[in-house]
Design a protein around this ligand. Structure first.
Ligand SMILES: C[S@@+](CC[C@H](N)C(=O)[O-])C[C@H]1O[C@@H](n2cnc3c(N)ncnc32)[C@H](O)[C@@H]1O
Length: 312
């Protein structure tokens, strides 16, 4: 019998799990369970005493996680955003005891591939784009009510789309006579509003990405989770973050750099480097997919893995 559940091909699987330096009896968090590709690889390295907790804000991912939890007592999953990391860890009394956290951020293939989720301009579906459709505003609801300037700013800053203003104008003009409720409607409207074409990209690519990032508060989620990860990790615990977008990678890079540098004191303040109280040590260089992985997984093209270790 074929498995009907949509699949997700994990990105940088071996490199990310290797970066966590798994202690077989340790406690690990997969903050973005998805379909559990990374979780299964972590479980392979844990002993019977090891523990892995998965988090995901998407109820479908949580269903997939519950199926795994039913077969493996070392694993559990919670329906939570990773910005709720501290409270989830507190309730398990794991504060300062977590040996590794993996964050493989962004959307999963099942989210993109299912038209009903409304993430993709390649499939016609309701314009939703929420990773957790049980809470918050859908993309259609936001586009129906937001001011034109706000829409333009989101498209320009989160999509790095130079025609943000034109596209926002076209959205506002259209919604005066027709509700924008489907992905196809939005994609066609963007196509018409875009005066030039990129050879390799659909004109709606950047705008869809921007709206998705905005609706799911993805950058705020990431900044908040990084800070909390520092608090819950044990000394020597590892944080591995895979990002797919330059805005996300910039947040991770700056956070790692600032925490590795320590307290921000005025220049020439008379302290030694260790008195600056650095909280993280950056491990190795940025890791990207190699040619073998790129040949079989096109999503790996923009993936960037950064790794850091918590200091005493
Ligand atoms: C790229 S996929 C992860 C795939 C996973 N590593 C695997 O191998 O199947 C990202 C997942 O993270 C979830 N996610 C994204 N942002 C989140 C957040 N702020 N809190 C919790 N889950 C989030 C998404 O719902 C999605 O399932």
């Amino acid at each position: 019998m074929t498995n009907q559940l949509p699949k997700h091909q994990p990105v940088l699987l071996e490199k990310a799990v290797e970066a966590l330096h798994i202690q077989p009896d340790g406690i690990y968090i997969d903050a973005t369970f998805g379909r559990g590709g990374h979780s299964r690889a972590i479980l392979e390295q844990l002993s019977a005493a090891g523990r892995l907790l998965g988090l995901d804000r998407d109820p479908q991912a949580v269903n997939a996680g519950n199926a795994l939890a039913a077969t493996d007592p070392r694993f559990a999953i919670e329906h939570a955003t990773f910005s709720q990391l501290s409270s989830v860890i507190h309730s398990r009394l794991w504060q300062g005891k977590v040996d590794g956290i993996l964050m493989d951020i962004g959307v999963s293939s099942p989210q993109l591939d299912e038209a009903e989720r409304g993430f993709s301009f390649q499939h016609d579906g309701p314009l939703d784009m929420r990773m957790d459709p049980t809470t918050g505003m859908s993309a259609a609801e936001w586009l129906a009510t937001a001011e034109m300037d706000e829409i333009a700013t989101v498209i320009k800053t989160l999509g790095e789309e130079r025609y943000g203003k034109r596209i926002a104008g076209a959205i506002v003009e259209t919604r005066e006579h027709t509700s924008i409720t489907t992905t196809r409607q939005l994609a066609e409207l963007i196509d018409k509003a875009s005066p030039t074409r990129d050879k390799f990209k659909h004109p709606a690519t950047r705008t869809f990405q921007a709206i998705r990032i905005y609706i799911n508060r993805e950058l705020e989620e990431l900044s908040s989770a990084l800070q909390q990860a520092l608090d819950v990790l044990s000394v020597g615990g590892r944080l591995a973050v895979i990002s797919f977008h330059s805005l996300e990678d910039r947040i991770v890079k700056r956070f790692f750099r600032d925490q590795a540098k320590g307290d921000d004191l005025p220049a020439h303040f008379p302290v030694t480097a260790d008195q600056l109280n650095p909280r993280l040590q950056i491990i190795g260089k940025v890791i990207k997919a190699d040619a073998d992985e790129l040949a079989v997984n096109v999503r790996a093209r923009s993936a960037v893995l950064r790794v850091a270790e918590k200091l005493a």
